[in-house]
Design a protein around this ligand. Structure first.
Ligand code: FPP
Length: 235
């Protein structure tokens, strides 16, 4: 549903605050991650109903590998669980699943589940859920540079920004119009450094497991009032 320039086509979310959400309830961090994973389909539904076409969610960063082994293991196990629980709903609702990141670094069981869901949903067109896994913005740009160096068919002569962008993880997706960060921190945490250059930011104190259609609407209302100038002087 095209809603004009005051409506974002692609929204990116830094899903922060699972740990704090759990801590507040006297629960282990893993309970926060489980609640966070369960919240993704709810937010996808709200995003689809609102008219958003693509949602990118930051689920695991290149830096998150430094977390305690149990926590990393728990997050990895959530991946096949998410795929198994959501495949039917994604097929029914015409949702395409994709990933960005150094997904080769994920454990085999997670890769297998992802590849299966990606393949089975690849022709779906109503909505794209793009999950950033083992993702880093600097890693993405570094990987793009290495792909360029290794590509015998690379453009000759000085590269343009458009040339470089073609080697990013998802060159066919438009840049996010709006980036939402939950849990209040005012930082980018190595998320989509290239793609977020001209995106509008919305930070909410709400922890990710509590983020819902009302918080999404707040972000959309805020976005509708922005004057995107892309470095120019007028709207
Ligand atoms: C940040 O909260 C959240 C993460 C590092 C992981 C996000 C993961 C999910 C929402 C679930 C993953 C789902 C799939 C399908 C892979 P935090 O742990 O940094 O919270 P804190 O800052 O309050 O400690």
């Amino acid at each position: 549903m095209g809603k004009g320039k005051s409506f974002p086509e692609h929204v990116a979310i830094i899903m922060d605050g699972n740990g704090r959400w759990a801590q507040r309830r006297g629960l282990p961090r893993s309970a926060g991650h489980l609640a966070g994973a369960k919240n993704i389909p709810r937010v996808v539904k709200a995003a689809m109903e609102a008219g958003i076409k693509t949602l990118t969610v930051y689920a695991f960063s290149t830096e998150n590998w430094k977390r305690p082994v149990d926590e990393v293991g728990f997050l990895m196990k959530l991946i096949p669980r998410f795929c198994a629980n959501q495949l039917k709903a994604m097929l029914k609702n015409n949702i395409r699943l994709r990933t960005i990141g150094r997904t080769d670094d994920l454990p085999e069981f997670a890769k297998t589940a992802l590849l299966d869901a990606i393949e089975k949903t690849k022709n779906n067109t109503a909505f794209t859920l793009n999950i950033a896994l083992s993702y880093g913005g600097r890693a993405e740009i570094t990987d793009a540079v290495n792909k360029i160096l290794n590509d015998p068919n690379r453009p000759q002569g000085p590269l343009t920004e458009q040339d470089v962008a073609k080697y990013l993880y998802a060159p066919d997706l438009p840049d996010p119009d709006l980036m939402i960060r939950t849990s209040g921190e005012m930082r980018l945490s190595n998320f989509m450094l290239w793609e977020l250059s001209y995106s509008e930011f919305f930070v909410t104190p709400t922890h990710w497991p509590d983020f819902n259609k009302d918080t999404l609407q707040e972000a959309l209302d805020s976005y509708a009032g922005r004057n995107r100038r892309f470095g120019d002087v007028k709207a």
